[in-house]
Structure formats: structure tokens, C-alpha cells
Design a protein around this ligand. Structure first.
Ligand code: SAM
Length: 230
């Protein structure tokens, strides 16, 4: 992967960034996504935010190498603190992190959100935690997709503040649109997950000290997965 050739996962994220957007890519690592989108003429301007020094320097180097300093600003910052009002950001991408990290970044940076930005989220795990934040904060899920790369499945969630929508626990867990589509990849993901959860529950039964809340969480997830696949 480089700034010209994105991974399939980032390519699908890129496909969800609107033409003419002003993008803030938070947790930008090498800055590949905003650089590729600027070079392709998709975004008008970009901010690459990175909390860790090595990837921050890498993103700075890649922006310089491509001569894009006037168009892509690389900031060493945690979460949405990388965004400044004068950036006039219209889309924010948060990719390749866990659902909890995405939720924490959005929650900590709420005052940096204008309210009309498109959020393009690609949680690697615990996607429902990110969806839970969206639902609790008045966001509507506009689009979802699932893809497979190097034997991992990834989900992409596109959301914007809109009319109040209430999602059921199942919709938050599986994704309201993915759940309605029931694509072969989606069903394969949850069949595999069913086997994993059954093994976890079997281990819980042998283990002595598993917190009750954990048992309940996994038990409820197992119930929802069984119902989905019934
Ligand atoms: N977004 C890229 C992608 O999807 O390929 C990079 C994913 S990489 C696994 C996650 C990146 O997020 C790391 O570079 C990490 O330093 C950064 N990160 C984690 N927490 C962050 C935060 N609170 N603010 C900014 N960056 C963060």
C-alpha cells in the first residue's frame, strides 16, 4: 500500500468520501487516505491527524514528498483536536481502530463537530460500540458495507446527523443496513462468530472467575447471533 495504491479496505473508505469534501482523517498513520484522495481530485483539502509521533512524521514526509503542504495539513493531535474551525471540514474518517477508540474520540471531541459532517467509520472490532455512539448522538446510518481482505472482514459505516432514528440492540450489533441486506459475506462472518462465541461460553463454564457482566454480554450476543442465523 502507498499513497497511490490503497488497500481494498481504504479503497472502499475512499469511495465513500464525497467529491469536493474537506476531509479530516483522524488516526491517519502515513496519510495515505487524504493524499490519495487529493491526488485523485476527490477532496478539496485535507487534515491528517495523528497522535503517535512516528506515523505523524511519516504522514508529514509523505505530504511533503507529494508537494501537498498547501492542501493537506498534518497535525500531531489526539482525536478531533486535530480539527480547527477554519479547516471547514465536511467529512471525517476514523479507520482501522477499535469501536471503543472511535467512540472515545467522537465523544471527547464533540465540541469540535459542527454537526453536519459526514462520518465515515471503519472500526476493526466491536463495531456496535461505534454504532451505539452514533445512535445516542442523533446520527442516522446512511450506508454500510462489509468487505474481506487478507482473510479479515471489515465494516464501513457512513453516518450523518439527521432525523432521530432509533435502532434496536440487534441493529446496533449487526448494523441496520448490513442486517437487512444479509449478504453472503455478512452471513459467513456471523457463522464464524457463532462458533467463536460458543467456544468462549464453553470456556466461561470451566473458568471460575468470569465477571457476571461479561457472561451476560456474551450470552446476549450469542442469543442475537443464533436468532440472526436461524
Ligand atoms: N487510519 C489508517 C488506516 O485505516 O489504515 C491507520 C490505522 S492504524 C491501525 C491506527 C492509527 O490511529 C495509528 O496510527 C494510531 O497512532 C492512531 N490513533 C489511535 N488513537 C488516536 C487518537 N486518539 N488520535 C489520533 N490518532 C490516533
Amino acid at each position: 500500500m502507498n499513497e497511490q495504491t490503497l488497500s481494498l479496505r481504504l479503497e472502499r473508505v475512499a469511495a465513500n468520501i464525497p467529491q469536493g469534501a474537506r476531509l479530516a482523517d483522524i488516526g491517519s498513520d502515513h496519510g495515505y487516505l487524504p493524499i490519495a484522495l487529493y491526488l485523485r481530485g476527490v477532496i478539496e483539502a485535507g487534515v491528517a491527524g495523528e497522535v503517535a509521533l512516528a506515523p505523524f512524521h511519516s504522514a508529514q514526509g509523505k505530504v511533503r514528498k507529494n508537494g501537498l503542504q498547501a492542501h493537506i495539513t498534518v497535525r500531531h493531535a489526539s482525536g478531533l483536536a486535530a480539527i480547527e474551525a477554519h479547516d471547514r471540514i465536511t467529512a471525517i474518517s476514523l479507520c482501522g481502530m477499535g469501536g471503543e477508540t472511535i467512540r472515545d474520540i467522537l465523544e471527547a471531541g464533540r465540541e469540535r463537530l459542527r454537526g453536519d459532517e459526514l462520518l465515515v467509520l471503519q472500526p476493526n472490532v466491536r463495531e456496535w460500540v461505534a454504532r451505539g455512539w452514533l445512535a445516542a448522538n442523533g446520527y442516522q446510518i446512511l450506508h454500510e458495507e462489509i468487505l474481506e481482505e487478507n482473510q479479515f472482514t471489515y465494516e464501513i459505516i457512513v453516518a450523518q446527523r439527521g432525523e432521530a432514528v432509533s435502532y434496536s440492540p440487534e441493529q446496533l450489533y449487526f448494523g441496520p443496513l448490513l442486517m437487512a441486506q444479509r449478504s453472503p459475506l455478512f452471513l459467513a462472518k456471523w457463522r464464524l462468530n457463532l462458533q467463536r462465541k460458543e467456544r468462549v461460553v464453553a470456556r466461561f463454564e470451566r473458568a471460575r472467575e468470569v465477571p457476571a457482566a461479561k457472561r451476560e454480554e456474551v450470552g446476549e450476543q450469542l442469543r442475537m447471533i443464533r436468532q440472526l442465523l436461524a
